[in-house]
Unconditional design. Structure first.
Length: 383
């Protein structure tokens, strides 16, 4: 089992640890509901160091990245984070990721923890003289999420983060942390540290992204600096209500925002047409699996991932049947009791003809058919 650089920090804080995608990770520190509401109302800090970290670079790197991505990354400006799916030739989703242009012929990609090895081999199999640098075991990542996240992260650096919009990234020195910082060793940070001159503070990559649907930042730093950054985040956010948050609340938070979970909401047998969202595919550029998606979309016959809200008491769970008129028509992929809405919510697949908002359905909870309906995502909107 793998452990992040912050494993001992979680244990000192009394976290309940679980196995997740081959990693020893904190599922909760207090309770999932309390941690969930902390992020919605104030701010929380997550250890997401288990995620992968790739640089793809070299002449023609843009063409390779664009071939593998359902969204057009090559035309994005430097620092623009682009969410995308990676597909096989059949249009089936291999992974979802965020890719960001760092400069000419250089891209940063973050695969999911459970798919990092598979994605490295997949990307490498399509390189033609370009280079993939895998820094997954050398970098740590801390996500600061919630309506007060920007204030917390700004306290870490003298760099003005105000102009950094949602889904944009930048490099900055965390010079308000009580540490001189290490000399970066990884390809991602070493050159940026040199370009920024010698100075106090920890060199980090900051992206205004996250997995909660709230405002927030993901801070990527060297493993050697992870403890200093984590402790600084907790300290500088304490008066704003920031607390450490585990994977349990991370899952309920992302589900309220209808964000996909790799391996659960797609498992290699679904396409981007089936899962959506619609903006995840840029049909104006060529990419692996595009023809298959076009054919499926034109056929009008496939199962579609929908958001379902319970109208009666009952909590949908993964694998529960979705029915219409008492007859099974699909299955739940993700389900929970929404801490904000105080009712059962779920995502699951039903025939596309039953996917329209307002469609009346049922979810079989144990032996009871609970009335539900298809709703427009997300379940919970910001603010």
């Amino acid at each position: 089992m793998n452990a992040t650089p912050l494993n001992d920090e979680h244990r000192k804080l009394g976290a309940k640890m679980v196995w997740f995608a081959g990693w020893d990770m904190p599922i909760q520190y207090t309770s999932i509901i309390d941690e969930h509401m902390t992020v919605r109302n104030a701010c929380g800090a997550f250890d997401v160091s288990h995620m992968g970290d790739f640089i793809i670079r070299g002449p023609g790197a843009g063409e390779v990245v664009d071939l593998l991505m359902t969204n057009d990354v090559r035309e994005a400006p430097v620092g623009k984070c682009v969410y995308s799916h990676l597909l096989d030739a059949r249009g089936m989703i291999l992974d979802d990721t965020i890719a960001t242009p760092l400069g000419k012929d250089e891209y940063f990609m973050v695969p999911n923890a459970a798919t990092t090895s598979k994605m490295r081999k997949w990307v490498e199999s399509h390189l033609n003289g370009q280079e993939l640098v895998d820094m997954s075991s050398d970098l740590a990542a801390i996500a600061v999420q919630g309506p007060k996240a920007s204030e917390v992260v700004q306290r870490l650096t003298s760099a003005d983060l105000g102009p950094l919009g949602s889904f944009w990234a930048t490099f900055a020195r965390l010079d308000h942390i009580d540490s001189k910082g290490s000399r970066p060793k990884t390809e991602l940070l070493r050159e940026r540290a040199s370009a920024n001159g010698r100075g106090e503070g920890i060199m980090a990559y900051l992206s205004r992204t996250g997995y909660t649907g709230e405002d927030g930042f993901e801070i990527v730093c060297e493993n050697a600096d992870a403890h200093d950054v984590w402790r600084a985040v907790l300290e500088k956010g304490r008066d704003l209500g920031l607390r450490p948050i585990g994977l349990g609340a991370r899952d309920t938070l992302r589900l309220e925002k209808a964000l996909l979970l790799s391996g659960t909401d797609f498992d290699g047998s679904q396409t981007s047409v089936q899962t959506g969202p619609s903006w995840v595919v840029d049909w104006e550029h060529d990419f692996m699996g595009k023809k298959a998606l076009e054919e499926q979309r034109a056929s009008g016959s496939y199962d579609k991932l929908v958001c379902v809200a319970a109208k009666d008491k009952g909590i949908p769970r993964h694998g529960y049947e979705i029915a219409r008129g008492g007859q099974k028509v699909g299955a739940v992929t993700s389900g929970t009791m929404s801490p904000v809405l105080k009712k059962g919510i779920a995502m699951g697949y039903v025939p596309v003809g039953m996917s329209a908002v307002g469609t009346e359905l049922q979810v079989k909870v144990r032996d009871t058919l609970v009335a539900a309906e298809v709703v427009k995502p997300p379940f919970v909107r910001r603010g």
